[in-house]
Design a protein around this ligand. Structure first.
Ligand code: GAF
Length: 386
């Protein structure tokens, strides 16, 4: 289905004309696995979005359909499940639950969810469903919240209802993305700076099309390892509340006292935070050579210290290195599969896409998907009822 057809599909299924809300997926240029340690990230929203078409119902039901995702679901707003169902509708349910816990009395609603973000590719399709659903549900009661608050409540839904202990990055950039810019975000204060991406540069996103089983469990394990590291440092310096507060100097002073695995995780986070701040400066200065070095260091650190890369991601990163127009690239998102992000000069982007696909296919026997993207705007209302 094309997005233009969404109102007609909605009408066929439910009757009536919907309002439509859109929330985009993202790539992260640098600052990986730092958000849940209160650190810095630098993502950009991309041109793949999830759309939620919504209209009120006279009763207290929440009815959720999608053509891309299986099943259709009906819930009673006064008796929403307290535990996840295991289906994709959990992202909508979680958001509805948090909105109600915050004191909003939601209205009965029909929702048709249209997703164009590749699922399981690490491009934040789940955050986009959450954000678009939150805007859609709030629109029916006339409630409005600042977008950073929407991001926070969506993250809360994912942490508490879906059960993934994610940081704030994905929901924040899906809400706050700006065309042409990456966002340097302080994940503790939620202060942010827009960092323009040089005009003639494209974000070429290379999907390995693999997702290894490890992804979910290991994400929570990494979080626990970071929390354990922060506890060590807090014992030496009470000003440390999260790895964000650990300086390179403090890290070096206590390196020998940490268990080797914890030291590796902490070293990644501490240095990645610094790289992210440096990268924001490099990008806004248009210094793509420096940006490329930092992205490469980030990838190596995720591969060797944080240990969340995989063979396919490493092959995709190596395959890019000497291609014309390539400025920098790395794995993006949680890892264990999914995508790499590459900064590529615009005039070389199509050839880059073709050549990296060939190389990856030859090395792995797997057909990749390559998307030539740019930084796009964050979540918004598309139209009122027609
Ligand atoms: C996933 C999470 F949802 C983010 O919060 C972030 O931790 C990312 O992995 C790794 O940087 O996308």
């Amino acid at each position: 289905m094309k997005v233009e057809e969404l109102p007609d599909h909605f009408e066929k299924i439910f009757g009536g004309r919907p309002r439509i809300y859109r929330a985009p997926g993202r790539v992260n240029l640098i600052g990986e696995h730092t958000d849940y340690s209160d650190g810095f990230v630098m993502p950009a929203a991309i041109g793949f979005s999830t759309y939620v078409a919504v209209a009120p119902r006279p009763d207290r039901k929440l009815v959720i359909y999608s053509e891309e995702f299986p099943g259709h679901f009906e819930f009673d707003l006064d008796r929403l499940p307290h535990q996840r169902t295991g289906a994709w509708c959990d992202y909508v349910l979680g958001v509805a639950g948090v909105l109600q816990q915050q004191g909003q009395k939601l209205a009965g609603a029909n929702l048709l969810v249209h997703g164009e973000i590749p699922v399981g590719a690490g491009l934040s399709s789940s955050a986009a469903v959450e954000v678009a659903s939150a805007l859609a549900l709030m629109s029916l009661t006339g409630a409005s919240l600042p977008l950073p608050e929407v991001a926070k409540l969506c993250r809360q839904a994912e942490n508490n209802f879906v059960g993934a202990r994610v940081g704030i990055m994905d929901q924040f950039v899906s809400c706050m993305g700006k065309a042409g810019c990456a966002i340097l975000l302080d994940c503790r204060s939620l202060e942010f700076k827009l960092v323009p991406i040089p005009r003639n540069t494209r974000l070429v996103v290379c999907n390995t099309t693999v997702k290894h089983e490890l992804a979910n469990g290991t994400y929570n394990t990494r979080r626990e390892e970071c929390e354990e590291g922060a506890r060590y440092f807090a014992a030496w310096d009470p000003a440390v509340h999260a790895l964000r507060d650990v300086s390179v100097d403090l890290l070096n002073r206590h390196a020998a006292d940490l268990p080797p695995t914890i030291l590796k995780r902490c070293t990644h986070v501490v240095l990645e935070n610094q790289r992210t701040i440096d990268a924001a400066r490099a990008l806004s200065d248009g210094d793509l050579a420096r940006m490329g070095v930092l992205m490469r260091e980030s990838h190596n650190s995720l591969r060797d210290l944080y240990e969340v890369s995989c063979r396919e991601l490493d092959i995709m990163v190596e395959a890019a290195q000497d291609l014309p127009g390539f400025c920098g690239g790395r794995m993006t998102g949680g890892g264990f599969g999914g995508c790499t992000v590459n900064l590529v000069q615009e005039q070389h982007a199509s050839d880059f896409a073709a050549q990296i696909s060939d190389r990856y296919r030859q090395a792995t026997g797997i057909n990749p998907q390559v998307y030539i993207c740019s930084a796009e705007a964050g979540a918004q209302a598309m139209s009122g009822p027609a």
